[in-house]
Ligand binder design. Structure first.
Ligand code: ADP
Ligand code: MG
Length: 607
């Protein structure tokens, strides 16, 4: 008996659950499903975003409906069009083995006649946004007078958006005897008011803040000057070549502007906000789901509740006016037990907000520094080398080989590799060559002691002296995130709790720091170290990391290249060869679409 079977689900649903790859019910599912299946009751369920609330109401709803009757029996209200479509898709996936069960979505901005036609064909479940629902009831296009179940999803957000009156009107068209299930991430006064007014002695379920969905998110903040937000955003993207992210802005206008700038600068970006037509929003969401868009720039309202798999980063381009909203933003990543990073770009005057947010999320932020140009170049270089290694040879290339060979004749392998890598690398290094350090300097008061030790070294250069940065050829694809990699290094090297810091895990390689005193031991240890049959390489990275000054320049010291770079002076042309010994390193890089990035190269920094 599977765990879902034990909750009381029957075969058609169990088969669908298996298809979706769900193995264990989440806490809210475990608590809600048996109650909803066994009894006819009202219910209030509070659980953070990403904890699987949709299935918590979706499974019991589907199982309890009569698929032989075409009457509308279940109504799900949700705040936004995107969410409405997402829930509809989920319901369709859950009910795929139940013949005759139809779920129809009703939302503004799309053809009302088409939606009415679908309803007319018979929809046991209707998923709707309040505005369009009211409209359709008014025109007699939908009949909800016989529903047995009404679900208010993301109730707090619906009320935030001013849907109270609409919800009240809609509910007045539903029968008294129905059951009402309210799902919400938070329980502000308005939500309890709804619960009191429209619900009869509801069962209450609360799922603690410590759930798989949210505890897997790391929170980071970056302090920059007010005019450096946009260049900082670009650097964060450049330092994470496989980024798949939602970038939150405060207003529709900023959302549009940031998205346009990113597109102009050659990133795969798109905007999502309420001023776009429904059609435009659908297109953007589709491209995002297909990962054709790597950076979705969105307003809070438009992105609320959106569940797209594997979002790696949430970037708060600006903090929301109401800090409570931060939870909803960061909840877009780290879903379904995966890890994610929520980054906040702040100015010094906004730093106090970070403290307030820490109280709300009951997690500490780590202060990080915006990567320097040279760090980015290095990351991009490894990334490119990995991509070349992993690229499948296109057999059509064969036809052109004779001609290509002719052009490239006389260039040996070493030289050729340097040249290939330089094609991309020079572009980055030329750009970053001319840019300054974006960090505003001092870290927050007592910040270091409060943040995790991963942030050690912060932006304060004096603390960085004697610190050595290393490259290691294992990364996220080997199952390491910064925490597990740090543990691994500490254990393997028998180092103390705080000896390994600034661990930065990328897709197929990582960086970390130690004090110089450990360097010899580390390099020696890793000259001949195998993990699962693979050689693990550790090398000193010439980039001292963290935006601070003065790194270790022992063994490989080749002068003060980094400083030249930051001053905008120096000659970058030889830099492409720096990673020479590393192209053989690293292994699989995600063969994502990062290759499509940056078709254009306009690189002005506007914001
Ligand atoms: P919420 O509404 O609480 O924000 P969702 O219902 O959107 O969360 O679910 C978040 C993600 O978790 C979805 O991608 C969903 O498919 C996935 N998920 C839900 N339940 C499970 C489960 N039991 N096992 C694995 N993944 C799940
Ligand atoms: Mg939800």
């Amino acid at each position: 008996m599977t765990k879902f079977e034990a909750l009381g689900l029957e075969k058609p649903l169990l088969d669908a659950v298996a298809d979706m790859g769900f193995e264990t019910p989440s806490e809210v599912q475990e608590k809600a499903i048996p109650i909803l299946l066994e009894s006819e009751t009202d219910l209030v369920a509070l659980a953070q975003t990403g904890t699987g609330k949709t299935a918590a109401f979706g499974f019991p709803l589907i199982q309890k409906l009569d698929s032989n009757s075409r009457t509308t029996q279940g109504l799900i209200l949700s705040p936004t069009r995107e969410l409405c479509l997402q829930i509809t898709n989920e319901m369709q996936a859950y009910s795929k083995y139940i013949k005759g069960l139809n779920t129809v979505a009703i939302y503004g901005g799309a053809s009302i006649t088409e939606q009415a036609r679908q309803i007319k064909r018979g929809a046991q479940i209707v998923v709707a946004t309040p505005g369009r629902m009211k409209d359709m009831i008014g025109r007699g296009l939908v009949d909800i007078t016989k529903i047995d179940y009404c679900i208010l999803d993301e109730a707090d957000e619906m009320l935030n958006m001013g849907f109270y009156e609409d919800i009240k009107d809609i509910l007045s068209n539903t029968p008294k005897g129905k059951s009402t299930w309210l799902f919400s991430a938070t329980m502000p006064k308005e939500v309890s008011k709804i619960a009191k007014k429209f619900m009869d002695n509801p069962v209450e379920i609360t799922v603690g803040a410590k759930n798989a969905g949210t505890s897997t998110v790391d929170h980071e903040f970056y302090v920059v000057g007010g005019r450096d937000r946009y260049p900082a955003l670009k650097r964060l993207a450049d330092a994470n070549p496989d980024i798949f992210s939602v970038v939150f802005c405060r207003t529709k206008r900023d959302t549009q502007r940031v998205a346009e700038k990113l597109i102009e600068d050659g990133y795969n970006a798109g905007a999502l906000h309420g001023d776009l037509s429904q059609n435009q929003r659908d297109l953007v969401m589709n491209s995002f789901r297909k990962k054709q868009i790597q950076m979705l720039v969105a307003t809070d309202v438009a992105a609320r509740g959106i569940d797209v798999d594997d979002i790696t980063h949430v970037i708060n381009y600006q903090l929301p006016d109401e800090i409570e909203i931060y939870t909803h933003r960061s909840g877009r990543t780290g879903r379904a037990g995966k890890s994610g990073i929520s980054m906040v770009i702040v100015t010094r005057s906004e730093m106090r907000k970070i403290k307030s947010i820490e109280k709300i999320i009951q997690q500490n932020f780590t202060q990080k520094t915006i990567p320097t140009g040279i760090e980015i170049c290095e990351t991009q270089l490894y990334h490119l080398a990995n991509r070349i290694k992993e690229t499948k040879v296109n057999k059509d290339v064969e036809n052109y080989l004779p001609a290509i060979n002719e052009v490239l004749e006389g260039i040996d392998r070493e030289e050729l590799i340097k040249k290939i890598v330089s094609v991309e690398f020079t572009r980055f290094s030329n750009y970053y060559n001319k840019t300054k350090d974006l960090n505003t300097g001092d870290s927050r008061e007592s910040g270091r002691s409060r943040t995790t030790d991963n942030s050690r070294g912060g932006s304060d250069s004096s603390n960085n002296t004697g610190s050595v940065r290393y490259f290691i050829n294992v990364g996220e694809k080997d199952g390491y995130d910064w925490m597990t990699l740090k543990d691994f290094l500490r254990d393997t090297l028998s180092l103390g709790q705080d000896d390994v810091y600034k661990v930065d895990a990328k897709e197929s390689f990582s960086f970390f720091n130690t004090e110089a005193e450990h360097t010899d031991q580390i390099l020696k240890f890793f000259t001949d170290f195998k993990l699962n049959g693979r050689f693990i390489n550790v090398e000193i990275s010439e980039n001292p990391g963290g935006g601070g000054g003065g790194g270790y320049r022992g063994k490989k010291g080749k002068g003060n290249r980094r400083d030249k770079f930051n001053d905008g002076g120096g000659n970058s042309s030889d830099r492409s060869g720096r990673g020479k010994s590393r192209e053989r390193k690293g292994s699989k890089a995600k063969s994502g679409n990062s290759g499509k990035r940056r078709s254009k190269q306009s690189r002005s920094d506007f914001f």
